[in-house]
Design a protein around this ligand. Structure first.
Ligand SMILES: *Cc1c(COP(=O)(O)O)cnc(C)c1O
Length: 398
């Protein structure tokens, strides 16, 4: 069967993979080597130094490239336009390194806290880049924010932690063909649900630490492009600055991706059930979940977040516990199955308090504007028994 036509469930296991030629190993060996022997100066098997080339990293990069919809051939780019990084932040930083000092970037206003920090506290100073943060749930604001210096639009959808959605097709309609790179942080949705490249985006980014790896045991980042010229530029910075993923960690992420489809189905199914249940609880003031019809951008979710043609709202839920910081703290302390920890997207359920934990680096005024209240908690729904998870939430709310 033509690999391109395979269902996503098959692609997560086979996309971009080839049998190891020497032994026939089904899984790629972990090539723990920094360098490769040459027969004669400049005569080698395509591998010179692991910062530039590593077969285990290639196996991961080719897999995620295909899952995100890149159709680049090996001749166009050795890893089909997929690039693996030592963290999600390293992948974002590399995207900014494609730009020049003085360039202007428009970013979604509600962003992962670390992304906001990299933009405003590092790159503005070190790279001379300029950022505008815009609520892109309202696309009429996008048109007004574009200047002739705008070279990148940085989208997160769903956002962290408010789970706002951006209409990706709408962004493409406004900004395409104006010499502006369009990049989407696809960490929350994953290619199991959402395909920004297919909609006309140039770059997809992942914190592979989250759903792609899926087991809370590795920190990693990904960029994918389907454009050969852009792949060449990313490859150049990747190799020049060197924020590469190690062979061992590449193996872990690739291993995690094998079950991405299965896990995302379960995350979405349980999150939908839990969000619906939380909505009926008096001690919960507000539930934000893209799969609920009460979500402000529910129509966008229906359009761009799907598994097998059906709406899939993802595995993240944000809610406001009535009674402010004291009540939300005691709720968080009483949970037994949910672990109180930063991060998300693993097989185990996690819960966190954005104002104190992940988004402490966002200023209090900015947090207030975004709606990150003191009673706000963020749940990452794992793949445990859903009834057990609801029982845990019930006892902690009581
Ligand atoms: C975690 C996260 C990042 C940062 O990735 P790291 O792997 O922690 O460096 C970026 N974007 C989103 C949406 C995230 O959740």
């Amino acid at each position: 069967m033509n690999k391109k036509n395979q269902h996503f469930d098959s692609k997560v296991i086979h996309a971009g993979q080839s049998v190891e030629p020497v032994t026939g190993a089904v899984m790629p060996p972990i090539f723990l080597t920094s360098t490769y022997v040459q027969e004669s100066p400049g005569v080698h098997k395509g591998f010179e130094y692991t910062r530039s080339h590593n077969p285990t990293r290639y196996a991961l990069e080719r897999c995620i490239a295909r899952l995100e919809g890149s159709e680049l051939t090996e001749e166009q780019d050795a890893s089909y336009g997929g690039f693996a990084f030592s963290s999600g932040m390293a992948a974002i930083s590399t995207t900014l390194d494609l730009l020049n000092a003085g360039d202007h970037i428009i970013a979604m206003d509600d962003l992962y806290g670390g992304t906001n920090r990299l933009f405003t506290k590092v790159k503005e100073r070190s790279a001379g880049l300029q950022f505008s943060f815009v609520d892109l749930t309202n696309l009429s604001l996008l048109e007004n924010a574009i200047t002739d210096k705008t070279k990148l639009i940085w989208i997160e959808t769903p956002t962290n932690p408010m789970l706002k959605l951006v209409d990706l097709e709408g962004v493409v309609n406004i900004a395409k063909d104006r010499g502006i790179l369009l990049a989407c942080d696809n960490t929350f949705a994953t290619p199991a649900l959402q395909h920004p490249l297919d909609m006309g985006f140039d770059i997809v980014m992942h914190s592979a630490t989250k759903y792609l790896a899926g087991h809370s045991d590795v920190v990693a980042g990904i960029l994918v492009t389907g454009n050969p010229e852009l792949a060449e530029r990313i490859r150049f910075v990747h190799n020049s600055a060197g924020p590469i993923l190690s062979p061992f960690d590449s193996y872990l992420v690739l291993r995690g991706i094998k079950t991405l489809s299965l896990r995302m189905r379960r995350h979405c199914e349980s999150a939908k059930r839990i969000a619906t249940w939380l909505n009926t609880q008096e001690s919960v003031e507000l539930v934000i979940y893209p799969g609920l019809s009460s979500h402000p951008q529910f129509e966008i979710a229906e359009k761009q977040m799907q598994i097998d043609g059906e709406l899939a709202g993802g595995g993240m839920i944000t809610c406001i516990i009535a009674g402010g910081i004291e009540k939300s703290k005691s709720f968080l302390e009483k949970l037994e199955i949910f672990s109180l920890a930063e991060s998300l997207g693993g097989v185990e359920s996690l819960v966190e308090h954005p104002a104190i934990m992940t988004h402490a680096s966002v200023s209090p005024e900015n947090r207030a504007e975004l709606g990150i209240e003191d009673g706000l908690v963020r749940l990452s729904i794992g793949i445990e028994d859903c009834g057990d998870l609801i029982a845990d939430l019930e006892q902690a709310l009581a």
